[in-house]
Design a protein around this ligand. Sequence first.
Ligand SMILES: [Zn+2]
Length: 246
Amino acid sequence: MVLYSLLLFLSAGMAGALLAFPAARDVLSQAARALGTRRHARRAALALAAFVLLGALPLAVLLGSGSNDPAPDAGRAPVRRPVNRQVAQLLEGEHLTPPLPLPPLAFTTADVTLVRPMLGGASRDWGQLDDTFSQRLLRVFQVMREQHGYDMALLEGYRSPQRQDQLAAAGPHVTSARAYQSQHQFGQAADCAFVRDGKLVISERDPWAMRGYRLYGETAEAMGLTWGGRWTMMDFGHVEMRSSGN
Ligand SMILES: [Zn+2]
């Protein structure tokens, strides 16, 4: 492919130079003058330039096409990336089921309402989430519980465009994303929190919760998800998957 690109580049460069610069044509003309009149030589130079441009370009494209699919025996060792064990288990087809939901009132207590005022109308239906995303998030929950001792709950998953606009209207301290500007509208984002003694813990001042958020972010990133804790407007409970699956 490098060879073809070089050929393409040289051909285009030569043709361009011959067409654009009379000096380049004159050099060719002088070389050809011995073979005929100047008029003929100039015409021959232009014809050669046109031939290179019109003939070599399709040839180079033709030769170059088909080489984009890497041949298995191309002589290069396949690139081996370390596969995260948790991701590998997901790829093996294990299907995780959502945890039992907390009672609806757990999401509208005074403590919760103080930090997340509009959770009453939020969807916590795992079935409305993208299947790949929900499986990765459930694996995060499992790792958090089994390896770090944190029980987690979904605060909000899918969010309708209407609700996204309502939240945006409440101000940038809630969200600055309007309808369809958030992965929540595509079922590929979730806001989560911790559960301690049967109660939701949504706090950036609680050291236990902050330790949990860091572990949650690390675990989510290991699963190929994006963690809102790294954003300028930090959103520690938010994780999302970009459409590409990365
Ligand atoms: Zn969110």
